[in-house]
Design a protein around this ligand. Structure first.
Ligand SMILES: [Zn+2]
Ligand SMILES: [Zn+2]
Length: 172
């Protein structure tokens, strides 16, 4: 059986897929836009076929009530997506090493795609799910510990707290 290997940019996360990989689907939903900076192109496999070889820097971010996204907390690579239901893990296709032998199948959530480019590959563009997704309010999530300790972030937060205190004082 063919196996596929993949990794994040810094090598803190490496994995192997021993089973079949799904065709690649491009998702233009708001969450995929944010997490990737553009859109997500992901394959997927059965959870039982996904073996983590190294997961030193793997962090799971709960991006909605029903799903979480795996990323590298060192280099920032966006790697995985898994729903609470089902037994499949989506794998960002760009993290695969070497030729994947996969094809892009179609686009989803096209109504929320960025307006700065056109989809011109001729593949099917689905948009029905988008309206629902767009109206969902993302739940507030606690920040990852490493983000909390980032000096720049701490500084920014302190500044905003100081500003708020100044404002309160002015109002009094
Ligand atoms: Zn990394
Ligand atoms: Zn998406």
């Amino acid at each position: 059986m063919t196996s596929h290997h993949g990794s994040c940019l810094c090598g803190g996360i490496t994995y192997e897929v021993t089973g079949k990989l799904r065709e690649v689907i491009a998702c233009h939903c708001n969450q995929c836009r944010k997490t990737s900076g553009h859109f997500v192109a992901a394959t997927a496999c059965d959870d039982n076929d996904l073996k983590f070889i190294k997961l030193d820097t793997l962090t799971w971010y709960r991006s909605s009530e029903r799903a979480e996204r795996g990323f590298c907390n060192r280099c920032g690579s966006t790697m995985f997506f898994r729903s609470d239901v089902g037994n499949m893990t989506a794998i960002m296709a760009g993290t695969l090493d070497g030729p994947s032998g996969l094809k892009m199948s179609h686009h989803i959530h096209c109504a929320t795609k960025g307006d700065y480019f056109e989809i011109t590959d001729g593949l099917e563009q689905r948009s029905a799910e988008c309206a629902r997704r767009i109206t969902e309010t993302p739940p507030l999530q606690p920040r990852a510990p490493e983000a909390r300790t980032c000096p720049r972030r701490l500084r920014a937060r302190r500044h905003s707290e100081e500003r708020r205190m100044v404002k309160q004082v002015t109002h009094l």
